[in-house]
Design a protein around this ligand. Structure first.
Ligand code: 5CA
Ligand code: ZN
Length: 430
């Protein structure tokens, strides 16, 4: 599947700062272990992509904007990045929505993926090199399910009518290391997030579906275990490890994927490939709410990137609104947050147009790098640029409320240093 165009990213002078990120499994901020420079080995990053049955909202976009910062900091550190993202384009919600609306489920998926691509392009998100749909990866899933069956890590459920294939939760010794949840929390989240604890014939209520044999009216693909379709977690295990290796650097997504999805994706991969740990870092972005209530399709309290830009809001302001709070926390979105981000963008622009102190700009870029590399501390990074801007305006006798005068500012040499860093590291064009 094609992704979307790569934005221009200016190269920066000065010294980059190595990246450290919070790892959900180890429950601490730790350095991202990067391949030695000159080895040509890229950092491998997999981020769980969309299920394209409805418009992706600002919450989804915020998660991809967090991982875009990781990509940008790694590029600044002169690393190559191999970025892989999936599209869950075979799943129940797609079939249900298509049926409700009287459209073909494939067409529904295609139209939603197109919208997502255009939102990502608008926001200048760096695209994955491999953007892979579930439909495209059926053969890979079949191969991995076959391995799991051969190794006794999976079994066919005792149900002659629907002999689905399940993974045995006991297949790996360290199951549970990724989320660190206790058994009760796991059971609750498994049932809540797509699991089927009551499915008859399973050996353990929390065994996860690998291959669902065809039901009447459902799309299916031929396989050695009968016509059917992939389960959800195995899709990400297969797409990730076939491109990034059996053990890779960063596995990511929103915090709603910590369990069961990332726990099982990792366990399937580890059982199939005989590795201890699928990813060195498991990184999760918090959930976005709107005016205090979690943004969700069922509640209908959604904001969309394309609606905001159509209303004249700049992509850079959307980014600054999202980055105003730390990516790991659950964060709010509101008109006030957007207005504050727009004021901040104007402040930075007006400062870049008058700043005279080159050393102050260089120092501010160093601070921006330090804060971003510290587990993407965007609130501190943005505050450092604010301080630079306020000082620059004060030094030149300008005050920040003249910001609106600078619609298309000519930046000073000092201003250009800052603008390039904000562009390269935050994806924000001044
Ligand atoms: N296709 C699966 C992953 S394999 C999926 O979760 N799709 S999704 O469309 O529901 O979500 C896409 C991404 O957005 C996931 O990383 C998910 O964790 C994240 N996400 C979903 N809702 C929110 C939200 N309100 N705020 C932030 N991120 C969200
Ligand atoms: Zn996934």
């Amino acid at each position: 599947m094609h992704s979307w165009p790569t934005p221009d990213i200016p190269a920066l002078d000065g010294t980059p700062v190595p990246l450290a990120l919070y790892d959900t499994a180890d429950q601490q901020v730790k350095p991202v272990e990067v391949p030695p420079s000159g080895s040509g080995t890229p950092v491998g990053m997999y981020v769980c992509g969309i299920t394209p049955y409805d418009s992706t909202h600002l919450g989804h976009a915020a998660t991809y904007l967090a991982f875009d910062l990781i990509y940008r900091v790694l590029l600044d550190n002169d690393h190559q990045v191999h970025y892989v993202q999936n599209i869950t384009d075979v799943d129940d919600p797609l079939f249900e929505r298509a049926e409700r609306d009287g459209v073909d489920w494939r067409e529904l998926g295609t139209s939603q993926i197109d919208l997502f691509r255009s939102d990502m392009e608008t926001l200048a998100v760096i695209p994955p090199q491999d953007y892979i749909g579930a439909i495209e990866s059926i053969d890979e899933v079949i191969e991995m399910v076959s391995i799991l069956l051969e190794e006794g890590a999976a079994y066919v459920v005792d149900d002659p009518e629907y002999p689905d294939v399940y993974a045995s939760i006991n297949a790996t010794e360290n199951f549970g290391y990724e989320s660190n949840y206790d058994a009760a929390t796991m059971a609750e989240l498994f049932a809540e997030r797509g699991g089927d604890p009551d499915r008859l014939g399973k050996r353990n209520p929390m065994d996860a579906l690998l291959w669902r044999v065809a039901r009447e009216g459902e799309p299916s693909w031929e396989s050695p275990f009968g016509p059917g379709r992939p389960g959800w977690h195995i899709e990400c295990s297969a797409i990730a490890t076939n491109r990034l290796g059996h053990s890779f650097d960063i596995q990511g997504g929103g915090s709603d994927l910590m369990f069961p999805h990332h726990e099982f994706s990792a366990a399937h991969a580890e059982a199939a490939h005989g590795v201890e740990r699928m990813a060195k870092h498991y990184v999760h972005a918090g959930m976005i709410s709107q005016d205090g209530v979690k943004m969700s399709k069922s509640l209908g309290n959604l904001e969309f990137v394309h609606r905001l830009t159509a209303a004249g809001h700049e992509p850079g302001a959307i980014r600054l609104g999202v980055y105003a709070h730390h990516y790991r926390g659950d964060r709010d979105w509101s008109d006030e947050i957007l207005a504050a981000a727009e004021a901040r963008l104007a402040l930075w622009r007006s400062a870049a147009a008058v700043a005279t102190d080159v050393q102050a700009a260089v120092d501010a870029v160093a601070q921006l790098r330090t804060h971003l590399s510290d587990d993407l501390d965007t609130p501190a990074a943005l505050a450092a640029v604010d301080t630079w801007a306020e000082t620059a305006l004060k030094d030149t006798g300008n005050v920040s409320d003249t910001a609106d005068q600078f619609d298309a500012p000519e930046f000073t040499p000092a201003g250009r240093i800052l603008a390039a860093a904000v562009d390269a590291l935050l994806g924000v064009r001044l």
